[in-house]
Structure formats: structure tokens, C-alpha cells
Design a protein around this ligand. Structure first.
Ligand code: GRF
Length: 216
């Protein structure tokens, strides 16, 4: 079983979904550690309540010294023999060196169908663009923000009267489904990366499709 660290900065609902999934019999990865870069992250208490070890490594005192923060982070990851990192609402950018070191072993989730709408306010971006389907993406982390080999995506319809908040809530539901599935795929060696594109062993039916809005 691969020891996994989840990195959070906030409420940690994706963290909770990962912990929940990993607690099931036969899940191929173990959530060994939750690390927050903020002592006040609400997710910390939820992880502790589920019996997961937590660590706080405050990033603020490091200011722009990203490498200094990463040195402490890497030491904690080494001490727990972590093999996979899941970023779950972790609001701190990494140096290219750190990202390269973890290439293929560090996952992120972003609440849009990448490569559309990376960065801040993805739901506002989606609404302004008028897309009819949005969703979430689990991807390997590369130095560019909200980019990298895509592991799994989940789609939801966009309603005419959606606000950024209502769309965010719908997308969050699909986030909680795809993040555990993506970790499962990775932990069972079901993903191959070739030139920054993944292929996976979980087949899809070529006739399956998702259309929104549906016309009756
Ligand atoms: C999620 O929408 C995730 O996709 C994004 O940040 C949010 C974190 O939410 N990267 P939570 O802390 O997992 O509830």
C-alpha cells in the first residue's frame, strides 16, 4: 500500500472524500498524513477525527522563500516515507524543482474541465463563457498552474440560473467522486504518462456520452 500525504489549506472536503474512500477494504493506498500550511485550516480537525496524523507547516513565515518551505515539507514527507502527494485545496505554489521531483507522483484537483478555466474563479469563468457543461479534473502537477497530464474528469451540466456558488456545489459533488477514483488508478499502476499525456487501463465505452442540456 502506497503511503499518501494530502496537502490542504482550508476546509478539506476533498481530503475527507479521499480519507473515506481509502478506509474501505481493499483500497490500494493508505492516507498516512495530512499536512496543512495553515494552522487554522478547518480540515485538520476532520482528519484528526478520522484518526489520520496531521502536521502543520506554516508557509507564511517563509514569505517568498518557497525552497525553504519545501525543504521542511520534503523532510516531513521523507520521515513518513510518503510516495504520493494529493493536493486538495492547497493554496501555495511550488518551485519547479519540487514539482519535477514529484512528477508523476503528485496529483491536484481543479474545479473545471481543464484546460478550460485554470486559475482563480473557475466557476465565474465558466459562467461568463456560457458553457453548458463544466466539471472537475484530477491531473498530475507540473510547474504550470492547473495544468499537467489529466488523469480523470467528471462533468456536470450548467443550469441557466446557476451562480458561481451553485455551480461550485454541483462540481464539488463530482470532485468527491473522481479524486478517490484517480488515486485508485494511480495506486494500482493503472496510469501511464507519455509526453505529458496519460493513458489508463480503465476503458471507456466509445458510445457513452454526456450531453447537456438534454432536450426532451
Ligand atoms: C476544490 O474545489 C478544489 O477543486 C480546489 O479547491 C477546492 C478545495 O475544496 N482546488 P476542499 O478544501 O477540498 O473542500
Amino acid at each position: 500500500m502506497r503511503p499518501v500525504a494530502i496537502l490542504i489549506s482550508g476546509r478539506g472536503s476533498n481530503m475527507s472524500a479521499l480519507i473515506e474512500a481509502a478506509s474501505a477494504d481493499g483500497f490500494p493506498a493508505e492516507i498516512a498524513l495530512v499536512i496543512s500550511n495553515r494552522a487554522d485550516a478547518p480540515g485538520l480537525a476532520n482528519a484528526q477525527a478520522k484518526g489520520i496524523k496531521t502536521l502543520v507547516i506554516e508557509s507564511k513565515p517563509f514569505g517568498k522563500d518557497r525552497a525553504g518551505f519545501e525543504q521542511v515539507l520534503q523532510a516531513a514527507l521523507d520521515a513518513h516515507r510518503i510516495e504520493v502527494i494529493c493536493l486538495a485545496g492547497f493554496m501555495r505554489l511550488f518551485t519547479a524543482e519540487f514539482v519535477q521531483r514529484w512528477y508523476g507522483r503528485m496529483l491536484n484537483i481543479h474545479p473545471s474541465l481543464l484546460p478550460s478555466f485554470p486559475g482563480l474563479d473557475p466557476h465565474g469563468q465558466a459562467l461568463r463563457a456560457g458553457v453548458k457543461i463544466s466539471g472537475a479534473t484530477v491531473h498530475f502537477v507540473i510547474p504550470e498552474t492547473d495544468a499537467g497530464p489529466i488523469i480523470m474528469q467528471g462533468a456536470v451540466p450548467v443550469a441557466n440560473d446557476d451562480t458561481a456558488d451553485t455551480l461550485a456545489a454541483r462540481v464539488l459533488g463530482v470532485e468527491h467522486q473522481i479524486y478517490p477514483q484517480a488515486l485508485r488508478l494511480l495506486a494500482t499502476d493503472g496510469i501511464k504518462i507519455d509526453r505529458d499525456v496519460t493513458t489508463n487501463t480503465a476503458g471507456v465505452d466509445a458510445n457513452d456520452c454526456l450531453i447537456a442540456p438534454t432536450v426532451i
